[in-house]
Design a protein around this ligand. Structure first.
Ligand SMILES: Nc1ncnc2c1ncn2[C@@H]1O[C@H](COP(=O)(O)OP(=O)(O)OP(=O)(O)O)[C@@H](O)[C@H]1O
Length: 295
């Protein structure tokens, strides 16, 4: 599979702050990659470097085999960045038309506006729109050049439920057509639902990368929750498969690598009630793998 985006040993410092620390990342054409990590992990820095908006302190970046700036100029990349400024005194349709006109092979303006859900306020001035409506305009601008690679930094911040749904619908339509998408998000369900692969950043380093299921399995297993009077950590910890025991009053949570064996042992040895099984969710995995810390 040809490579859409390639970062090799990319580092970036701001004074004493190491924002990115030797990042290697390869995104294949057609992939949808979610970048996750706590505040300050380096997500925006990484995406900005991938776009050529920021130069790396060291390392090499390639977008479809060119430099990021060349790829941007060739209209291969569409961008939605957090809080990027918008011209305020122009109408939405004028702005989308102007931006589309800068690309070599734009989509029809109406099509970009429809896809981003901005048609209903197309004739209003950008500065008069709500922040969620402005975010939709940013998405329309990202789509305007019909890019092969879409880079979206927290694209659904401030969007209502319906707008989120339609944004992801459009993203899905693009990836189904072989386009590449890389997005940063704090909404883990978005990564779970829409990404082929998750890249987990912490302290400027990639601490895990893989399909959501693989990331979950790094943390491991299943949780078994139940109610038990006078639960004892040591007695429960020796059940087969159990790797962690948490007791809060009568409520017990076991983390296990082998839920079948754990349940057999549990029912044989204890008088438990209200037994429930929960698979590890992405949030558990992210917190565990990144330390959940902000810097
Ligand atoms: N222009 C700047 N000057 C100085 N430090 C900066 C600058 N931009 C980012 N940083 C620092 O670099 C680190 C990485 O920031 P970055 O914005 O990439 O994180 P992030 O993962 O996108 O965070 P968030 O989830 O809050 O958006 C942080 O410690 C941040 O304070």
């Amino acid at each position: 599979m040809p490579t859409a985006l390639e970062l090799k040993a990319v580092s970036k410092r701001y004074g004493d702050t190491v924002a990115l620390d030797g990042v290697d990342l390869s995104v294949a054409e057609g992939e949808t990659v979610a970048v996750l990590g706590p505040n300050g992990a380096g997500k925006t820095t990484m995406l900005s470097i991938a776009l050529g908006l920021l130069s790396p302190g060291s390392g090499v970046v390639g977008v479809f085999g060119r430099t990021p700036v060349e790829a941007l100029q060739a209209g291969e990349v569409g961008v939605l960045l957090q809080d990027s400024g918008l011209l305020e005194d122009v109408r939405v349709d004028e702005l989308v038309t102007a931006v589309a006109g800068m690309y070599p092979h734009p989509v029809p303006v109406q099509r970009a506006m429809r896809a981003a859900g901005v048609e209903e306020f197309a004739t209003r001035r950008v500065g008069r729109l709500s922040s969620g409506q402005q975010q939709r305009v940013r998405f329309a601008l990202a789509l305007a050049g019909d890019p092969k690679l879409l880079v979206l930094d927290e694209p659904t911040v401030g969007l209502d439920v319906e707008s989120r749904r339609s944004l992801w619908q459009e993203v899905r339509a693009r990836t189904a057509a072989g386009r590449t998408v890389i997005f940063a998000t704090h909404y883990l369900t978005e990564a779970d639902d829409y990404a082929d692969r998750v890249v987990l950043l912490a302290g400027g380093k990639i601490v895990a990368s893989g399909p959501v299921s693989a990331i979950k399995s790094l943390v491991g297993g299943t949780e078994v929750r139940f109610v038990l009077e006078d639960a004892d950590v040591a007695e429960l910890a020796i059940l087969p498969g159990v790797r962690h025991v948490r007791i809060e009053g009568r409520a017990v949570t076991l983390r296990t690598d082998d839920s079948d064996a754990t349940l057999r042992g549990l029912f044989a040895m204890f008088d438990v009630s209200e037994v429930r099984m929960m698979s590890t969710d992405l949030e558990d995995a992210v917190i565990s793998l990144t330390g959940g810390r902000e810097r």
